[in-house]
Design a protein around this ligand. Sequence first.
Ligand code: SAM
Length: 259
Amino acid sequence: MDFLSLQFSRRLLTLASFVPEGASFVDVGTDHAYIPIYLAMNSKTSRLIATDVAKGPIESAKQNILQYHLEDMISIRFGNGLAPIQPGEVDTVLIAGMGGHTAVEILSAAPTVVKFVQKLIIQPMNASHLVRQFLDQNGFYLQDECVIEEDGRFYEIIVANRSGVAESYAEARDTAYENFRLNPDTLQFAYEFGPLLLERPTFSFIAMMKHTRDKWQKLQTDIARSNSTRAAIREAVLTRQIQLLNIWLDDAEERLADK
Ligand SMILES: C[S@@+](CC[C@H](N)C(=O)[O-])C[C@H]1O[C@@H](n2cnc3c(N)ncnc32)[C@H](O)[C@@H]1O
């Protein structure tokens, strides 16, 4: 391992591990450009682009790229989301360290670029259900999902590949959700936590679910104080999701204890 990779967090190393050899790759919202730098030093990608919407991060990316003499290997571009990318220029997109809502906004705003994308690696800081729903409804299927626990935080990583042919993107649905499409509640639960993670729970994932349960229970108490109809609907949805979570947690803990 070289000097730079020793400074890499497990989160960044895991994200980089999902980028295939030979990929034409863009890191959207690169900030320090650590991932493109790591890939330039450690893998054989055919194209590396780092973008950011803010001037400070672009400067910091430039400095780091110059420091490692990688300016011929990594192209830095300033701009919002995928706007600095031409259709067909990249087949692999990383969006990490932003909210799920922003990640979906970036993908939705660039259909001509996304049309050519074969792999999406997304690490949302929140609202991961929006990311999974977008993928499921836009012709991607889940390749992998994991939870990294670092510095007292949980980071979800979602990796998805393009399915089928362009004409059927809108109709294609990920079979990973097959057991969850029984009703809207179970599908929402799977969008929330990830069908692959729910099938193959890890200790980090279970810890993340318990953390979410605590958050949801607190939210439920807060909502219950309001008398509005909207609050009553929200509370009913939340109550059902907490019920599903508790049933699933009991089962998963039993399964892990049997191993
Ligand atoms: C918390 S940093 C994450 C940096 C890096 N991706 C990581 O995971 O360590 C978020 C970065 O995304 C950039 N960003 C936020 N919204 C963006 C957008 N719509 N398009 C491009 N970059 C964006 C910010 O300027 C910031 O540099």
